[in-house]
Write a protein that binds this ligand. Sequence first.
Ligand SMILES: [Fe+2]
Length: 412
Amino acid sequence: MQNNLSYQAPSADELLIQFHSSRKYSVDLIANLSAEDCQAQSMEDASPAKWHLAHVTWFYEVMVLRAFEKNFSYWNPEFAVLFNSYYNGVGDKHPRSKRGLLTRPSLQQVLEWRKNIEDRLQSLLKENSSKELLWLIQLGINHEQQHQELLLTDIQHLFSNNSLWPIYNPQNIDTPSVEQPFKWIEGISGLVQTGHSGNGFHFDNEGPQHSALNQTHSIGNRLVSNSEWLQFIEDGGYDNFQWWLDAGWAWLKSEKISAPLYWNKDGHGQLLRFSLNGNTPLDLQAPVSNISYFEADAFARWSSQNFASFAGARLPTENEWESFAQSHFETSNDLFGKVWQWTSSNYAPYPGYKPWGGIAGEYNGKFMVNQMVLKGSSAYTPKSHSRITYRNFFPTHARWQMTGLRLAKDGI
Ligand SMILES: [Fe+2]
């Protein structure tokens, strides 16, 4: 598989440490969950925690061991169907909407399967340290990290449907505040280099690096806060079609949307927000989170005309965001680790884009339509899984991820 000729692999020893660390972290994430918690599926977009633990294991078995292990045989060939997500090249799939019905295998059996695959991966790495194998294992680690974030967002969504308001994590892993005063920063305009150019691991959709043209623009020094979002709501932002894209207005009406996901009120009318820390008073200084692209876009249009310091606001393009991140990586403290930031850019291939070869070719490229790019990372993203060139993507109505926004405007 000639996937990335310039790829610089870590040593087999280093990779093994990363592998074990990522495998352990997945199991750590369910330490405070019951087998019942790990079983349920709250909606089609979300998957049970047990399914996530199994699917990332399936990935190693099908993508790595099947190709490289001598005398390979499946732990259980039926799992190849049950835990396939979207790889048509692998074969049949269990329906996505019915993942919560998989009461078998049990959580315990999935954990045993995980251990078996880990032992076999470790043995394989001891006898084979080819670049191709190292790359696939690094892909497996990065893939598992993506599912670690999904496991958290999916548990949050599941628990939000329970009026007991379960507390997942008594240690606060939710978002910190954004307290600095807002100001516009002059963006990098003209021809800029964007996309990944190094020889470290990156997803195929981040490259190749290429020239892009940024118009003269400014970009917000920080994320939009809950307090600013509350003003949008109090000014009737969700009741006035003029701020909304037509598809967004139709979505808002059919889904009866009137606030970010997870906002609710107690019996005294106090605003609360449900998070992995339970249902607690809304932190007005925190960045707004769990909004759809439609909402981010409507807020920008409203604030452009109704919020003095945001006059002229719109969403940034992904290239504007990336240029800002390159130039302010050292000085800006909310590029990463708080909320994913919607951009106005369609998720489309970069000029010269080539999907990876082999089965991994289905990883990113086939989703390049009807989705928008998000930049940065969230509080749920594993720490070593952030890059300036990272391109996350979701459809315009999705909002169960930790998604917020940073504003931009034309001119300076
Ligand atoms: Fe996956």
